[in-house]
Design a protein. Structure first.
Length: 483
């Protein structure tokens, strides 16, 4: 695979400006699995300059949108040929169970590439409107410019596709900065982009640390920053963009609630929480880690959830039966264990799990799936994003109380409502202040529907037409016939 000795800058593989490297460690074995070049600020300068030239004078933003769609569809074809390789790479570098990597980390991004191309093919790039003052108005959509796309390690290819493909379809040029923990799948995407034959300068891929991210965000050659990461980092990005009056899109943290109504079946709820709360070993911003349960049937739901968590298979992410893999890093493992200790200090009832390594593993950055009951919604484990396999069960009195508790958080990214009464479920869902919701399922992440958060979960939307809008500027031209 390319990228072990060179960086992908301006659509070509080039020598890095320094000898620094990034060592990629297996979260399962704790051993090195790869080494890639670490970009320096000079490499960022080269990448932004290439993107700037490609946007200001190159053909990419001036192509007919149908030509960009055709190239993205070609990318989808090339991607489909390497789906299994992508899944294997992501499991190697960040530890996601291979079954999850194959579905959500590899196949789903491929489907998204095709879906975004379909959206762009039917997008109204120009529109004539009758003006209120008598003149017709031509509304034109134009690419924003050079995009700095910064993604985290938990869903690396999924988030690469979510930012890169709409930006390219809009006619923008892109400098992509993957996390240092997950450079391997990003370099594979660079290989595919090289095969597609984009014009010079259109895309660069620079896996790097936070210092490189800060340098890229503040670079004067960037027109917009599209960032996914923690809320704390998002505030820093927003501040830098605000001082430069630069456009910004932020997809940040979450502490989403699953609202279980009293008519929901306990077995169905427990089965659903295996995915909604513990997908990707709990390392998902949309995970529903607060489970709100009615006091009237509290013990029934608790028993069903205890049974589900106790039966989870923890271990080697390459084993077909593994449901919970390791945390991405030792730092993340220690962070999650710290929250488990915090929950016990706060007085929550530890039902399953804890801070010891699971019996099924001897090494690796693992955390036992953990379930707390009788959690007060004000506790830190119910308010802060843990990003690990830790669920908090919060009792509520009635429907009004459930909605109040669901909204009693600084976040608003996702959530769900569980009930066989769909009308009632929709009525409750409409009352919860969050960006996305599922009824009897986690939010489906449909590429045709807008995705994003409210409150401290972000600014702007990805996916759907709204996601394409985020990489476009609008120009209005009023037209009056010559006298």
């Amino acid at each position: 695979m390319r990228g072990t000795e060179q960086l992908f800058i301006g659509n070509e593989w080039v020598a890095p400006s320094s000898t620094a490297t990034i060592e990629v460690l297996s979260p399962h074995t704790e051993q090195p699995v790869a080494r890639v070049p670490a970009p320096a600020p000079a490499d960022v300068d080269r990448a932004v300059a290439a993107a700037r030239t490609a946007f200001d004078t190159g053909p990419w933003p001036r192509l007919d949108p149908a030509e960009r769609v055709a190239l993205v569809r070609r990318l989808a074809e090339l991607y489909a040929e390497r789906v299994e390789e992508i899944a294997q790479l992501i499991t190697t570098e960040m530890g996601a169970p291979l079954t999850f990597s194959r579905s959500a980390q590899a196949r789903l991004p491929g489907a998204m590439i095709r879906a975004f191309a379909e959206l762009a093919a039917g997008y109204p790039w120009t529109e004539t409107r009758p003006g209120y003052l008598g003149s017709d108005v031509l509304v034109c959509k134009r690419p924003t410019g050079v995009i700095a796309a910064i993604i985290p390690w938990n869903m690396p290819m999924f988030l690469t596709v979510a930012k890169l493909i709409p930006a390219l379809l809009a006619g923008c040029t892109v400098v992509l900065k993957p996390a240092p923990e997950t450079p391997l799948d990003a370099n594979l995407m660079a290989e595919l982009l090289e095969q597609v034959g984009l014009p010079p300068g259109v895309v660069s891929v620079l896996p790097g640390d936070r210092a490189i991210g800060r340098y890229l965000v503040s670079h004067p050659g960037v027109d917009k920053v599209s960032f996914t990461g923690s809320t704390a980092a998002g505030r820093e990005v927003a501040g830098a963009c605000g001082s430069a009056l630069r456009k910004v899109g932020l997809e940040l943290g979450g502490k989403s609630a699953a609202v279980v109504l009293e008519d929901a079946d306990p077995a169905d709820v427990a089965s659903g929480m295996r995915v909604a709360g513990l997908m990707n070993s709990g390392q998902a911003c949309v995970a529903q880690t607060r489970i709100l349960l009615p006091r009237s049937r509290y013990r029934e739901y608790v028993d069903a959830l205890v049974s589900m968590v106790e039966k989870l298979t923890v271990g080697d992410p390459f084993d077909a039966g593994t449901e919970i893999g390791p945390m991405v890093s030792q730092r993340q493992q220690q962070r999650v264990r710290g929250y488990i200790e915090q929950g016990q200090r706060e007085g929550a009832q530890l039902l399953v799990g804890g801070t010891e390594l699971p019996d099924s593993v001897e090494r690796g950055w693992y955390v036992r799936p953990t379930l707390f009951a009788d959690v007060d919604n004000a506790m830190r484990i119910a308010q802060e994003e843990i990003f690990g396999p830790v669920l908090s069960l919060v009792p509520y009195a009635d429907e009004e109380d459930a909605v109040k508790l669901a909204d009693a958080t600084e976040y608003g990214l996702s959530g769900s409502v569980w009930t066989p009464d769909l009308d009632r479920g929709l009525a409750v869902a409409r009352r919860i202040r969050t960006g996305t919701l599922g009824i009897n399922q986690p939010y489906s992440m449909d590429p045709f529907a807008p995705f994003g958060g409210v409150k401290n979960s972000g600014i702007g939307r990805e996916f759907g037409r709204e996601g394409l809008d985020g990489f476009l500027d609008t120009t209005s031209i009023s037209i009056r016939p010559a006298p």
